[in-house]
Design a protein around this ligand. Sequence first.
Ligand code: FES
Length: 100
Amino acid sequence: MFQITFITNDNKQISIDEKTNLLRASMRNEGGIPFKCGGGICGTCRCRIEEGLDNADDVKKKERNHLTEEEIAQGYRMACQTFVQGDVSVSWVPLSERKK
Ligand code: FES
């Protein structure tokens, strides 16, 4: 078992028992990570893994379309393309605060 903490959603914490897609875990447990396409295209699920980056899998090519190397080094990921298998804490910019 491991925990996913949704920092931007009042630090909501959920327990997961096997490697999971970060966006799917959020959707199933009302974690709150914004999304549209679910397929690595729109960029809406952009988030930052603030703790536990080592517990996320490798950055995908589709993610690199939306993120700079510097952002990746800072822990930014696309939730729909990211699988986690250990404790992570994730934050994001709420849709209402994003530039149009
Ligand atoms: S939801 Fe569209 S890129 Fe992840």
